[in-house]
Write a protein that binds this ligand. Structure first.
Ligand code: ZN
Length: 354
């Protein structure tokens, strides 16, 4: 068996006689020598199993499915039939939903039974995709060996965060790491043993990555959350700060195909290292202290979108905003989203107070 990365693409564009943009994108992915692509037409359900078996020996690193969404962004009911069929063949393989109907705010989210939603843009850079699939294979191998240190080094997790990150993992993923180190006789039998979706660690980990780890401020911060932490406005952050914090960037799995994120603890260490005169921690307003340390002009200090005053502590969305655009706000100018679940280590979604 060759050691190329194996991607199974299920898309009705393969059944069409004429070449379209999607098919050209997938064909150009096939030109990358690191990947093997298996193409299937979703209408040929009955041939799936034998096709995958003969081409891939069931060793699949990633499945990409084109599926139409309805007007509300819901997957049509037979979408889950397709997913259960794929899971039967490729149990612990993440499935990405490829759609032209994805709203930009849903991109990269998990929807329904899919671990991540992607647009055609994802297919346009084969090198970035190779990195993602390579990461997935490394993650999968990690769960087969059950070694938590390998997972931490794959994520390039700062030492300071490792214990907390281990606790933040979904319980089933954490358990699979523990049980493998404690009981080595189960090694290699993972896929045969698991029966339920919640027991398949690579899938669960990938879903958790896109739902929480990357999306919700906690271990990693997006540009706006970084700007708030540093007490600066977003424009100033992007033009004056970003060039100086390249080493603090998250560059583990999927980092080439998602928006930039920074490790919060690495940013804080960077500030402490810069603080030669010991100015930090003298007041109760760390935002002001950070902005002062960074010599940020007063007109670029961060401002709350509600009251217009400085030093918002958090982000919030407008209650009626379906687009979920985030704004810098004070805690006092926002309230927790009562409908959102709370997750330890991750900030709770908030809504701007009317
Ligand atoms: Zn405010």
């Amino acid at each position: 068996m060759d050691d190329k990365l194996k991607v199974w693409v299920i898309d009705d564009c393969f059944a069409k006689a004429t070449t379209n943009g999607r098919r050209s994108l997938i064909d150009s992915l096939s030109e990358n020598s690191a990947i093997r692509i298996l193409k299937s037409d979703p209408n040929e359900f009955e041939n799936f199993e034998s096709k995958v078996e003969s081409e891939f020996s069931n060793q699949i690193d990633l499945v990409i499915v084109d599926y139409k969404l309805d007007a509300q962004g819901q997957i049509f009911s037979n979408g889950s039939d397709l997913v259960s069929l794929i899971r039967r063949i490729a149990l612990d393989t993440p499935i990405f939903l490829l759609s032209v109907d994805i709203r930009s705010e849903d991109e990269d989210k998990s929807i329904g039974d899919f671990e991540r939603t992607i647009s055609d843009n994802y297919l346009s850079n084969s090198e970035n995709m190779v990195q993602d699939v390579d990461s997935l294979r490394a993650i999968s191998n990690n769960f087969k060996s059950g070694n938590k240190d390998i997972l931490m080094s794959l994520l390039k997790c700062p030492d300071f965060d490792q214990d907390n990150l281990l606790h933040a993992l979904p319980a089933s993923v954490r358990k699979s790491l523990k049980s493998k180190t404690e009981n080595s006789e189960h090694q290699g039998s993972l896929v045969r043993d698991v029966q339920h979706k919640e027991d398949i660690p690579t899938v669960q980990f990938t879903r958790w990555f896109f739902d929480f780890f990357y999306r919700v401020p906690g271990f990693l911060l997006d540009s706006l959350s970084c700007a708030i932490l540093l007490g600066v406005d977003l424009d100033y952050f992007e033009s004056n700060i970003v060039p100086n914090i390249q080493e603090q960037l998250y560059d583990g799995p999927f980092s080439k195909t998602v928006e930039k994120r920074w490790w919060k603890t690495e940013l804080e260490s960077w500030l402490i290292d810069m603080d030669a005169s010991g100015a930090l921690g003298r007041t109760t307003n760390r935002f002001c202290e950070y902005a002062t340390l960074l010599r940020v002009p007063k007109e670029n200090w961060s401002k709350c979108v509600v009251c217009g005053e400085s030093w918002p502590e958090t982000i919030a969305v407008l209650s009626e905003d379906q687009g979920q655009e985030k704004y810098p706000v004070h805690i006092r100018c926002s309230e927790p989203d009562a409908e959102a679940d709370r997750h330890h280590y991750f900030s709770q979604p908030r809504i701007v107070t009317e």
